[in-house]
Design a protein around this ligand. Structure first.
Ligand code: TRP
Length: 338
């Protein structure tokens, strides 16, 4: 690898492998990652061990999803020559770093982490929270620092995890006596979270309000038909509301002709434009966005051996990288070594 590539800032981000990716992932992060791979050294982590934190009862699903998410990455244009895709559980250095970092984090701090607090509430865990779940900011700090990533593209909800990562980095660097580990910056997408097709704040497969990247033309058609609009816009002639109207939100997110969209909005507000007409426009946009993605995905899914090979190569490169950091941390802390 050339020096100039080595000097590119390192990006690490990942996805829990709990289900195939959807349009929300595409709008919020995948599109960005496809661009960033040209200017940064990018690692994508298939976070299967993290997925187990609340899916330990279904490891088979987590295992299966590793490949599904890899297909999604490749289908949207993640280029394995530019981005290293790696499976979290294949990188033992991450676990060892986690164990070391745990000495630098208090239980009180974990319980105060806003992301963890919210997620524990959402899942109704209370005191029955799996220890690994409560601790997950620590392995996530291990993920980030093992690659010495300085940029971590994540959703806004994950920002407190980056803050906690940097606390660990500062403590460790102080203990070691020099700035071995870099601090990381969260890169939060400018676009807000994409709502589900039912208008709920978050698109998610488990809520049944998602359009998967692998959706068939019929599934796309039906999703658009069901899509939440303005419940008070009963007849085409009535004036309608654009704000909170999912069809327009998606047109803004995925349409490429801003003038046409603004024109549609004006007509809708004035009255005289029916929901079906706008939905037809959106369906066109989504069908042409997803058709090439679906085709590429089918090609990769038809050749799992090839994708497995990519994951092996990714693991190889990532093992080397993360093992080096681990050795540096061990040496820095002055641990015993044979
Ligand atoms: N927690 C992230 C999510 O919920 C996934 C993840 C695991 C991650 N390790 C990471 C993200 C490291 C950024 C950096 O999707």
């Amino acid at each position: 690898m050339s020096n100039s590539t080595n000097k590119r800032p390192v990006i690490l981000t990942g996805d829990r492998t709990t289900g195939p990716l959807h349009l929300g992932h595409y709008a919020g992060s995948l599109k960005n990652r496809v661009m960033l791979q040209h200017t940064h050294e990018q690692f994508l982590l298939l976070a299967d061990t993290q997925a187990l934190t609340d899916n330990a009862h279904d490891p088979e699903k987590v295992r299966r999803t590793v490949l599904e998410v890899a297909y999604d990455y490749l289908a949207v244009g993640i280029d394995p020559a530019l981005t290293t895709i790696c499976v979290q559980s294949a990188l033992p250095a991450l676990t060892e770093l986690t164990m070391l970092y745990m000495n630098f984090v208090t239980v009180a701090r974990l319980e105060r982490n806003p992301t963890i607090k919210t997620e524990i509430q959402l899942r109704g865990f209370e005191r029955d929270v799996p220890a690994r779940f409560l601790c997950y900011p620590i392995p996530q700090a291990a993920d980030i620092t093992a690659f010495k990533a300085t940029i971590v593209p994540v959703g806004e909800d994950q920002a407190p995890l980056i803050e906690q990562t940097n606390e660990i980095v500062r403590r460790l660097n102080r203990q070691i006596g020099h700035d071995l580990l870099p601090e990381a910056h969260a890169m939060i997408p400018r676009v807000g979270r994409l709502p589900g097709i039912d208008g709920k704040a978050k698109m998610s497969k488990s809520q049944g309000n998602a359009i998967l990247l692998s959706a068939s033309p019929d599934e796309i058609h039906n999703a658009v038909l069901q899509m939440y609009t303005d419940p008070n816009h009963v007849r085409a002639a009535d004036p309608g509301t654009v704000e909170g109207n999912v069809v327009f939100t998606y047109l803004d997110a995925f349409g490429d002709d801003q003038n046409t969209i603004e024109g549609l909005k004006a007509r809708y507000r004035r009255g005289g434009l029916g929901d079906m007409a706008v939905k037809r426009q959106l369906e066109d946009v989504l069908q042409s966005l997803l058709a090439p993605i679906r085709e590429r995905r089918a090609r990769y899914a038809g050749d799992p051996g090839y994708v497995m090979d990519l994951l092996r190569q990714g693991a190889f490169k990532a093992r080397e990288r993360t093992q080096t950091t681990l050795e540096e941390v061990r040496t820095g802390l002055g641990l015993f070594s044979l």
